[in-house]
Design a protein around this ligand. Sequence first.
Ligand SMILES: [Fe+2]
Length: 283
Amino acid sequence: MTYNRIEVKPLSGTCGAEIFGVDLSEDLGNETFAEVQRAFHENLVIFFRDQDINEEQHKAFGRRFGSLNVHPRYVPLNGHPEIFPIRKDPEDKKIVGASWHQDLTHLEKPPLGSILYALDVPPVGGDTLFANQYLAYEALSDGMKDLLDGLVAVHDNRIQAPSIAAERNANFTSKVRDDPDEKDEPEMEHPVVRTHPDTGRKALFVCRPRTHRFKGMTEAESKPLLEYLFEHSHRPEFTCRFRWEKGSIAFWDNRCVMHKALNDYPGHKRYMNRVTVNGTRPV
Ligand SMILES: [Fe+2]
């Protein structure tokens, strides 16, 4: 199907497309919004260039897709609880989101997606990688698909939680809240293969930072297959790579893509704001 209101330029053969002809500082008319939504479903992650938006406009775009999440862990932007500032200053050694993951999979209702807006970027580096989890599932053998279709994964934030105190004291500009909502680290069960509520397609839904075992199995029993899936899920042929500029926006579908931020710009800063749209319970 063609587009009449917007131009859609794919970034790779697998996922990701740049969208042109849209100014997100203005209300999108219903026809334009419908085309942006279709491009989002067809390409899994969409990108906009040269946008000049304030915090309210950023949130307003997110609200077209659903209610907004308040991040359970990080200090929000002053006066904007729904905006998660992702900051790296020149002296910082660590960044947020450096390993392959979906956002907040330990929540009962993990996000629909995240909208990341670039305020300041390094001269080179700091790209973000995305991986298509429909393809990751479809590339598996029929026998493996049958096995995974019956499995439930247990997610929690355990690996990250012990590092909260260390992070709070580290040179790490995105600050952890004094009272993170996730300190109780509840376990959350989600199907290993989820069906996208809008497209009806099946996607792999596990990630190394938060998935520790299958329901009904020990961690030791689960580990070999989980490790296989973690590595399989971001094979290069499933991915695209986005190079940021000031004013760029990425909006990824957290239900069918994984992402990874590259920490390859020592001595430079990178400032982003994220708005996260709430999702539904995976089925
Ligand atoms: Fe992330």
